[in-house]
Design a protein around this ligand. Structure first.
Ligand SMILES: Nc1ncnc2c1ncn2[C@@H]1O[C@H](COP(=O)(O)OP(=O)(O)OP(=O)(O)O)[C@@H](O)[C@H]1O
Length: 378
């Protein structure tokens, strides 16, 4: 299956003075499930549309297995229909006047596949996508989730080496999203297709991706495995964007940060902000190195888990932190306890927002890109 390479790609739409995508370098390895993740308007769909050929580049090159599909310098441009790329958008764009079977068969007819082979392929896709019994219905007679499956079946029927998915699950309810996620994962395993999946949903990206590319304001912030992105965020933007509830951030100059970091022998000279993941701390009644004396200010059950808000009031500026736990907290609002940070859950960020590895921590496997502009994005 193919590898996709984006080299220094920039896109500035006509009439706009700021690029929607700026100087992005990204390699999607053969057989990868790459999620492009970021807030609305950060340029995710633009990247996908450029890979598909629906948008042209302003600068740079997109290549598949070393063959340029779009190269601004040489003027090379392969039209979308010649790229061998399947595309599924948020709106499924099924042909309304064709039945489910005819929709799936459509691309195979264009490929001049003989009738018998075509029918067999449609039957295979219907089975794979679990839409048996719906073959003779029209799109208007299907639920959103069924339409979604038909759109995927139609795209996968022509066995594209590359599959581009733009928020394909966003119109589905929570239960259907969950089962479609599992289905996408299964399809990726079965077909080995190289997938680029655009989403603003961090949970979707964390559960599906083999690699995640996090974007902000048209720029790539970090590329890594879900674990890299969560445990070793390259900068403050990534640390804050990933994680729910979000990471606790405390100015390094505050006395709360000084206490928390005292267990990790390090100089805070270059550090502007300390981050602590909500699940990366223990509350108990024992003092110790790095333990922060706090008071429980709120306990919120969230169904099988609890959010515990705590306040540290000893310094000049009080610090409010959120803790999450899977066990029922034995505390009551107003109880005084000690907060013990777990070393792996503590993060330090410098004045540009770039993460500084603390003693015993590693730096991200693939670092970022555009250090200065990552700072700008904060
Ligand atoms: N055809 C266009 N002409 C001009 N500007 C555009 C066009 N398409 C997108 N943009 C702008 O480019 C930027 C990136 O848009 P894009 O659709 O790639 O973002 P996105 O991350 O996919 O957002 P969303 O999650 O909301 O779909 C936005 O500021 C958007 O307004």
């Amino acid at each position: 299956m193919p590898q996709i390479t984006l080299s220094n790609i920039t896109k500035t739409y006509a009439g706009s003075n700021a690029p929607a995508v700026r100087n992005v370098n990204l390699t999607v390895e053969d057989g990868a499930f790459m999620c492009v993740l970021g807030p609305s308007g950060c340029g995710k769909s633009t990247i996908l549309r450029m890979i598909s050929g629906l948008e042209t580049l302003t600068e740079g090159e997109i290549a598949v297995d070393g063959r340029a599909l779009d190269n601004v310098a040489t003027g090379q441009f392969v039209p979308p229909e010649k790229r061998g790329i399947g595309l599924v958008f948020q709106s499924y764009a099924l042909w309304p006047h064709m039945t489910v079977a005819a929709n799936i068969e459509f691309g195979l007819k264009l490929q001049n596949m003989p009738t018998k082979a075509r029918k067999a392929r449609v039957a295979e896709m219907v089975k794979t996508l679990r839409i048996e019994g719906l073959e003779d219905r029209y799109p208007a007679q299907l639920s959103g989730g069924q339409q979604q499956r038909v759109a995927l079946a139609r795209t996968l029927a022509v066995t594209p080496g590359i599959l581009l998915l733009d928020e394909p699950l966003s119109n589905l309810d929570a239960t259907l999203r969950l089962s479609m996620r599992a289905e996408l994962s299964r399809l990726h395993r079965e077909f080995g297709t190289t997938i680029v999946f655009v989403t603003h949903d961090q949970w979707e990206a964390m559960t599906l991706a083999t690699q995640i590319a996090v974007m902000s304001k048209g720029e790539l912030q970090q590329i890594g495995t879900p674990d890299d992105i969560y445990a070793r965020p390259a900068n403050r933007f990534v640390a804050e964007f990933i994680g729910n509830p979000p990471i606790n951030l405390i100015p390094a100059s505050s006395s709360a940060a000084q206490v928390l970091i005292s267990a990790a022998p390090t100089s805070l000279a270059d550090v502007a902000m300390i981050g602590l993941r909500p699940e990366g701390m223990v509350l108990n009644t024992t003092d110790g190195p790095g333990a922060l004396p706090v008071v429980i200010s709120e306990i919120l059950p969230t169904g099988g888990a609890w959010m515990v808000e705590v306040t540290y009031a000893n310094g000049q500026t009080p610090a409010h932190l959120t803790h999450t736990t899977q066990s029922p907290p034995p505390w009551r609002v107003g109880d005084a306890v000690f907060l013990h940070p777990q070393p792996h859950a503590l993060h330090a960020f410098d004045h540009t927002g770039t993460r500084q590895a603390l003693p015993g921590q590693t730096t991200p496997t693939q670092t970022p890109l555009l250090r200065a502009s990552a700072g700008e994005a904060l």
